[in-house]
Every structure is written in structure tokens, then in C-alpha cells.
Ligand binder design. Structure first.
Ligand code: ADP
Ligand code: ZN
Ligand code: ZN
Length: 695
């Protein structure tokens, strides 16, 4: 339960997680709490246990873990129940404050002005920093509070009939249904369009029939309005969402509806894994391979892994679904920790798309498009198909190059090049946000400068030139900026007005494009030689995910991948044997190299404005590791692959161990010693357990 406590002169909200009848401090230095804010604990035993375990496992302070697990309103003291407290002027207040007394403070005056407009929710007043003024007025009887039940979320329409499951859907569904009521971790590997979502819906219906609720995690909600509307049109109960483009009030309302049971189905992104549900019956993690499940700053947790840990504590099943399961999950299935189910076929008649590689050594590309790809686009357009063009790089061109002296426009703050954004006539750094006007000539020698390489903006120009009159929709972070943009774009695609869709991986996030018959992947090579050991896994997942958009429904699909390295073993295994073949090969490589999932990693990252200081700090930190730690290898300090970013130098120590246990023990003993180190204030450091990027 939360308490309001005095902290210095401020009133702060804290979480009580245990009681003691003694203290190391003398009684004279202890202060009493102002008040207990909750009537019942915020979390049930199982969820609180999960949070404690997570703090321990990720070596992060419990207080910050608890704070990260609740919406902002709960952190600042808003009631946890769906009743909203309002404040209004009392009769006495109206009389005594009618002409505002001269001695009022600024906050009191602000509060008075607000309450003159009518009753105000206590949370709004707290957010305005008026809590103290509020208590002052309340103690004099000038204002009074009343509670108003929050409007419960509306139930879903539930008017769409369920599909009759195919054989493999039925088999998967019955296997998982048999595990309801006990812990089981299921890996549901189903190709795109194989009907995974349909299986989730059937399972959720069973859970609801048993009087329990469901927690569904997805990588992205704002970009996938279709998914939520599909849930609402199928289920007759309230479904709430929790994601980052909701404001604080919306999030608080959804969290309360989930906690009270008013909304038994919760669909949310990463942090929704902590949402309290009175009677959870199942946890589903869709697209479990997606890197967005890993929080990359502050409390660095994996929502996918915590979903499994949470299901275990509640004694309920968890389903990890994907068309391209992570190598971790495949290894867990191999080891018998997860039970694996496959949906090998698409539900429609279309069958698997034909995949071909266009060899860029034999076909020159103009503006990023090789002749065979252009010919295929023309053919599919003539056949009334839609075409999807994928390039995972936004902007016009990744480099601006001087034809006279070879100068390349650099970011002033990063070890990176500036990206040309032609329409805005700006040079932008995609790492730190630096943004400058486009120069007319080379700042060094005055010669002509030229954009080199392709981004989506340039390919859009090229396609507009080559296919005049054919409508094109671009989907990337520059084209989709505001609420409603994605709906408009998807609508143009669904209505058939737009014939060509061009975009970055934003395209692959679970959308349905039933009339797309050709997918062209323009630059597969970017991921082949990445610095990170996971680069090839990411590339394979992206290729398979985009390819899966071709030929859904009843139209067969074609996929063309442009590459200058068509004999690369990763690409050939992917083209010839599909994701499964690639994954086997990649797992063998990981095992041979001792990388995860066959080892455990942790990173100690540090950055600061002075390179020498950063390395010195890491060297000292390394010296503090207990000497008994011979089952844990320590590598570094090594510079990050982009060493300077936003003006700070970045380096790291990598800890590696065959087992979790020794790594955890080393970190337990080591981190307090690093904290005791007198590192320069300008150095920031952090630990990342199970990092997903180690470059
Ligand atoms: P996934 O989540 O694996 O991509 P979906 O559940 O979205 O697959 O199914 C893909 C398409 O097939 C959707 O349009 C869905 O309505 C349809 N579908 C799913 N299951 C069936 C079924 N058993 N019979 C007919 N159509 C189905
Ligand atoms: Zn020059
Ligand atoms: Zn930069």
C-alpha cells in the first residue's frame, strides 16, 4: 500500500513493502507518515513477488521497479480504485473566499481560481502541485471532497462470429486449453496469416467463460488499430488498452478498470506486463521476438521474460506467439522449458510466397531499384495487385558527399553521418536528433555536394517518376507523425486507392494488407554485417515478417530480395529452408561461439564527456570484481561501436557466464562496490542484465 510521507519539505508517495518494529536510526530522526493512501494492497501476492524478483534479477532498486510498474497517477498519489475524488468549495468557502483575501499565497490563489470553475478531480490538482494548498483549505473547512464512480469501460460489441478453427489451429487450441488453471509456457510458432490471433481469441473466450481475465502483450498498439478493434468486435466484455500514446488520465482509468476487474481483457505494450488483474487466467505475448519488449533505459527488463515469470507465479499458462520466434525461445523449447506448437499453413488458399533474390552484382540499381524489381512491380500493378516496397532507412539519403574533396557531412556530436532529408532541406542525425540546414556547397572546398545512398524519401521520388499516376503511400516515422496518420494511410491501402506501399519496419507491425501480391526488399545487406551478434537474427526476422505480407487471403505472393551477397549462407538458408532452417543454423553458430541463448550476459555501460575518464572508471570497476569469479568471464573495457553519441563517449564491460547463478552472485557482490567508487559526477553508468544489444 502507498503512504504519503514527509521528505524534506515535500510530501512524497512511497510504497510500503514490509513492517518492522525497530530502526537503525534513533527515534528522534524518524518522522511519522502523513497518511495511508490505499485501503487494500495495490498488488496481489503473486505480482508483488514478481516485482521483488525482477528488482533482484535485474539488479535495480525495488522502489524504482514498483514505480515503473504503475501509471504516473498512482505514483503521484491518485486513488487506486475507480472512484474519482473531486474537490469543491464548501458553503463556508464560498462565503469566506468570495472576495479573495489579500493574504493568499500564489498556490492558494491558483487553487481558488480553479475551484471557482467547478469541482476538480484531486489527481488534476495534485498534478498542478496544489496538494499543500488543498490541505490548508481543507483543514479550515473551506473546501470539501466527494467521490464519483468512474464510468466503467464499454463492453466490446462481440458481434463478429468466431471462425471455425482449422485442424492445426484446433490442435494448438485444445493443447493449450487443457493447461488452463496451471502454469505452462507455450511457444506458438505460426507463419504470418496462419491464424494465431484467432487462436488467442478462442483461448481468451474460454478464460472469460471460466470467470477469469486475460493479459495480452503486443509490441505496438498505436500503429495497429486493427488488432484492438478485432478484439472488441469479437469479445462481449470491456477490453482496455495500455500504451505510451495514451495520456496519464487515460492510462490511470484503464489501469483501474483492469485492477478492479471491470475490464477483464487488457491489451498493452511492454509495461502492461505489471498490470494487476483480480483473476488472471492467461498471459499472451504476441510477436514475442520483438525487441521492443526489452526496456532499454532505467529499469532494463524484458517484458517477455517477465510475462513467463508472472504466469508461473499465478499458476496460469503463458503463450508466446510469433512467425519468427526468438532464438532464446526456440532454445527454451528445445530444452523442454517451453512446449512448442506449430501452425505451418496460412488460413487462406494463397500458400507460401515464392521468394527470389535479385543479384545486385549483375543488375545495377538506380535510386535503389534494380531492373528485375521494377519489371516485377510493373507486372503486379498490371495484374491489379498491390506492391509493398521495404527499405529500413528513412530520409532521402544516408550520406551527403562532396564531389570535389570527398568530405562527408558528419554529425557534430556523434560518430555518425547526417541523413539528408530533401523535402525539408535539412541534414538530420538519426542518433542524437541534431538538425542543420542543407549546405549549398561543400563547406571545405565549395564544390558540389551530392546525396549518396537511398532512404524511403528518395525511393518515393523514383517510384513516382517511373510510375506516374500510380498512387503511393509511404509509412515511416517521418510520414506518420500524428494520431490518425496511420489510420488514413491504412485506409488508402485497404480501399485500393494506393497501389504501392513504401516504408520501413513500421510496415511490418502486424498490419493486414490482403491485396499485396509483391514484396520487394531493397536492402537486405544492411543487416548481414552488423556489429551486434544478433544482427543476422533481426535481419531474418524482418525479411520473414515483411515477406509474410505478400499474398494473404486468396492471392499468391512473390517476394524479391535485392542483395549484393546472394551467396551469403544466412540468406540462402532463409530463402531455401525458411525461418526454421535459418534458426537451426544460427543456433549452431551461437552454440559454437558461446553466445546466448547458450550463455548469460550482463553489460556494465558507462558514458561521459571525457573518453579517458570513462575508460578509467571501467578499469577501476573491473578491478573490483571478486577474485573468486572464475566461472564468469569479463571482457573490456571496450568502446561501443558508435563510440561518441550526443557528445558523450560510450564504453562497456561485458560479463559472460555459462549459467545464470554465478553471474547473479558476481553482480550482487560487485555493484555495491562500484557504487562506493568515487566516480566523477559526469560519468553515468548502468547495468543491463540479458542485454539485447551488446555493440
Ligand atoms: P496471424 O495472427 O497468425 O497473422 P490471423 O489470426 O490474423 O493470423 O488470421 C489471418 C487471417 O485469416 C485473418 O483475416 C483471419 O480472420 C483469418 N482466419 C483466421 N483463422 C481462420 C479460420 N479458421 N478460418 C477462416 N479464416 C481464418
Ligand atoms: Zn569538398
Ligand atoms: Zn548525432
Amino acid at each position: 500500500m502507498r503512504v504519503a510521507v514527509p521528505l524534506g519539505r515535500r510530501r512524497s508517495v512511497g510504497f510500503v513493502v514490509g513492517l518492522s518494529d525497530r530502526s537503525e536510526l534513533p527515534g528522534s530522526r524518524l518522522k511519522a507518515a502523513h497518511e495511508i493512501l490505499d485501503d487494500t494492497p495495490l498488488w496481489d501476492e503473486a505480482t508483488l513477488d514478481l516485482l521483488r524478483w525482477a528488482a533482484d534479477y535485474y539488479h535495480h532498486p525495488l522502489g524504482e521497479v514498483l514505480a515503473a510498474a504503475v501509471p504516473a497517477g498512482i505514483r503521484s498519489g491518485a486513488p487506486a480504485t475507480a472512484e474519482t475524488t473531486f474537490w469543491q468549495l464548501s458553503t463556508r468557502g464560498i462565503a469566506e473566499l468570495a472576495p479573495p483575501p489579500a493574504r493568499l499565497g500564489r498556490r492558494q490563489r491558483q487553487l481558488l481560481e480553479r475551484l471557482r470553475e467547478g469541482p476538480a478531480p484531486a489527481t488534476d490538482l495534485a498534478a498542478l502541485g496544489l496538494t499543500d494548498a488543498l490541505r490548508g483549505f481543507a483543514s479550515k473547512g473551506l473546501i470539501e471532497s466527494f467521490g464519483q464512480p468512474e464510468t466503467p469501460p464499454a463492453p466490446g460489441a462481440g458481434d463478429q462470429p468466431a471462425h471455425i478453427l482449422t485442424g492445426s489451429q484446433q490442435a494448438a487450441c485444445s493443447a493449450m486449453a487443457a493447461s488452463l488453471g496451471e502454469y505452462a509456457a507455450w511457444l506458438l510458432h505460426g507463419v504470418t496469416g496462419s491464424g494465431k490471433t484467432e487462436v488467442y481469441l478462442h483461448l481468451i473466450q474460454l478464460v472469460l467463460d471460466a470467470g477469469r481475465g486475460a493479459l495480452v502483450l503486443v509490441p505496438e498498439i498505436a500503429l495497429t488499430p486493427q488488432l484492438v478493434s478485432r478484439f472488441r468486435s469479437r469479445l462481449k466484455v470491456p477490453v482496455v488498452t495500455l500504451h505510451s500514446s495514451m495520456n496519464d488520465t487515460e492510462r490511470l482509468a484503464a489501469w483501474r478498470a483492469a485492477r478492479s476487474g471491470a475490464a477483464p481483457v487488457v491489451i498493452g505494450t511492454r509495461s502492461a506486463v505489471f498490470t494487476p488483474l483480480p483473476e488472471p487466467g492467461i498471459v499472451i505475448v504476441d510477436e514475442e521476438h520483438d525487441p521492443s519488449y526489452k526496456q532499454q533505459e532505467g529499469f532494463r527488463y524484458s517484458a517477455r521474460d517477465l510475462a513467463v515469470a508472472r504466469a508461473a507465479r499465478h499458476g496460469i499458462p503463458v503463450v508466446l506467439g510469433s512467425a519468427t520466434p526468438s532464438l532464446e525461445s526456440l532454445a527454451n523449447a528445445d530444452a523442454g522449458r517451453y512446449r512448442r506448437l506449430d501452425l505451418p499453413e496460412r488460413t487462406g488458399r494463397a500458400g507460401k510466397p515464392r521468394i527470389g533474390v535479385v543479384d545486385l552484382r549483375h543488375h545495377a540499381a538506380h535510386d535503389g531499384l534494380a531492373q528485375p524489381v521494377l519489371a516485377a512491380i510493373e507486372r503486379h500493378l498490371a495484374d491489379h495487385g498491390q506492391v509493398l516496397v521495404y527499405l529500413n532507412r528513412r530520409g532521402y539519403a544516408p550520406t551527403l558527399y562532396c564531389t570535389g574533396c570527398g568530405w562527408i557531412a558528419p554529425c557534430p556530436a556523434c560518430d555518425a553521418r547526417l541523413t539528408v532529408h530533401m523535402k525539408r532541406a535539412r541534414l538530420v542525425c538519426h542518433h542524437c536528433g541534431a538538425d542543420e540546414p542543407m549546405p549549398f556547397g561543400c563547406p571545405k572546398c565549395g564544390s558540389e555536394v551530392r546525396p549518396v545512398g537511398q532512404g524511403t524519401e528518395r525511393v518515393q521520388h523514383a517510384l513516382n517518376d517511373i510510375f506516374p499516376g500510380v498512387q503511393l503511400v509511404r509509412i515511416d516515422r517521418d510520414a506518420i507523425r500524428r494520431r490518425g496518420d496511420i489510420e488514413r494511410a491504412l485506409d488508402q491501402v485497404a480501399s485500393g486507392r494506393a497501389r504501392i506501399l513504401l516504408g520501413t519496419q513500421m510496415l511490418t507491425k502486424g498490419h493486414d494488407y490482403p491485396n499485396v501480391t509483391l514484396v520487394a526488399i531493397l536492402n537486405a545487406d544492411q543487416g548481414l554485417f552488423g556489429a551486434d551478434f544478433r544482427a543476422s537474427e533481426r535481419l531474418a526476422q524482418q525479411i520473414v515478417q515483411v515477406s509474410g505480407r505478400a499474398g494473404r487471403g486468396d492471392r499468391p505472393g512473390e517476394v524479391l530480395i535485392q542483395s549484393a551477397f546472394p551467396e551469403n549462407p544466412l540468406l540462402t538458408s532463409l530463402v531455401q529452408e525458411g525461418y526454421e532452417g535459418f534458426a537451426r543454423r544460427a543456433l549452431e553458430e551461437r552454440a559454437a561461439a558461446g553466445w546466448p541463448p547458450y550463455s548469460r550476459l550482463a553489460l556494465l555501460r558507462a558514458d561521459g564527456p571525457d573518453r579517458k575518464e570513462v575508460f578509467e572508471f571501467l578499469r577501476q570497476a573491473r578491478g573490483l570484481v571478486a577474485s573468486t569469479a572464475d566461472d564468469v568471464r569479463i571482457l573490456g573495457p571496450a568502446a561501443a561501436s558508435m563510440e561518441r553519441r550526443a557528445g558523450r563517449y560510450r564504453a562497456q564491460l561485458l560479463l559472460e557466464s555459462a549459467q545464470r547463478g554465478p553471474l547473479r552472485r558476481v553482480l550482487d557482490a560487485w555493484l555495491p562496490r562500484i557504487e562506493a567508487l568515487k566516480a566523477p559526477r559526469r560519468i553515468r553508468w548502468s547495468v543491463d542484465v540479458d542485454p539485447i544489444e551488446v555493440d
